[in-house]
Design a protein around this ligand. Sequence first.
Ligand code: NZQ
Ligand code: ZN
Length: 386
Amino acid sequence: MKNFNYKNPTKILFGEGEIANLSNEIPKNAKILMLYGGGSIKRNGIYEQVTEALKGYTITEFGGIPANPEYEVLLEAVAIIKEKQLDYILAVGGGSVIDGAKFIAAAVKYEGNEAWDLLAKREEIKAALPIATVLTLPATGSEMNPRFVISRRATKEKLSFASPLLFPTVSVLDPSVIRTLPERQLANGIADSFMHTLEQYMTYPVGGLLQDRFAEGILQTLKEIGTRVLQQPTDYEAASNFMWCCTMALNDLIAQGVPSDWGIHAIGHELTALHGIDHARTLAIIAPRYYEHCFEDKKEKLAQYAERVWGITDGTMTEKAKQGITKTEKFFQSLGIETKLSNYTNAYEGTAEEIAQRFTERGWLGLGEHRSVTPENVMSIVKNTY
Ligand code: NZQ
Ligand code: ZN
């Protein structure tokens, strides 16, 4: 196992009814900007629960953060915070709203000219406003991690960044919120958290026995409850396990002491930027073809995964590893997620070249745990998804 330093400062309030306890966590004199998305919280009772819990607080609302949070919209929220001298952000939503909150929290304190540079030039974040979150969509893990991913539609870019200053102070995880999620978003959440786990697991063995078991535990649980969640989002037991899996998949615990490979996410973000495909679905498109490309490097872990998560005990290591890839693709399909780019867009020609060129321009010359996946390799991986 490799050396590591690990600190996760986010406090979690988990369970039905916990939104009511928000006021124990947010300072009474906080001047809050409450962020939310396109309005689902106003239709499912979450808005009422939050405003009831925070009676007596000074709250300014800012709704309309779109899925794949848009830079230009977030800048409007930055301007409101500055104008009204607000000092606390409450994000009520899924990954898009929470990521948006993180960007806003940093952009308000940013002293350069163009806040986009935080992402484009990866400038160190030196200060940020505190953030609390009420999660309404289990998927990204953003509620307990320091990362954010922001889109800029004008330039078809989607970039991610992180800072230890951006861990939410507190996050409320009430599993009953999934009752109103459309099947598409439930499937996205299962696939995204499954892939977060795999990105931190599917490399090569380093003797991180416990980390492997943590990761396999999350994968097995998602596999076990996936259909239940889709068919019966009112099943509280399934919802609770689903929500906690998503958080645990990307609060960095399972990554400690082991290599990781975020290559599938890096390529997937480009498919969202270029074609507007849901984040989780881009991962389902790329993952099988990426693992085929990196087969030799990942075969031991692929075989271990096939054996422990999918119960495949027959065959050689190579045969089991191949089965691991097939099972993964079939799992996504069983959730109703298509795994070919052409299932989502007719304009797929040229995508591979465009992504390879972008990676070259950005200096992303080697993805993967060995930094060995070149832009040319990326081009062939993406071509194989057509
Ligand atoms: O906008 P509203 O009206 O709220 O509707 C949302 C949105 O349309 C809806 N929704 C959310 N909660 C609901 C609900 N509908 C009914 N009932 C509820 N309880 O769901 C739609 C999608 O929401 P969104 O927040 O976009 O989804 P998700 O949580 O999957 O977030 C995706 C974003 O997170 C980024 C992705 O790239 C993408 O931009 N990611 C962030 C990560 C991180 N910060 O660590 C890691 C991930 O890998 C990912 O990249
Ligand atoms: Zn993801």
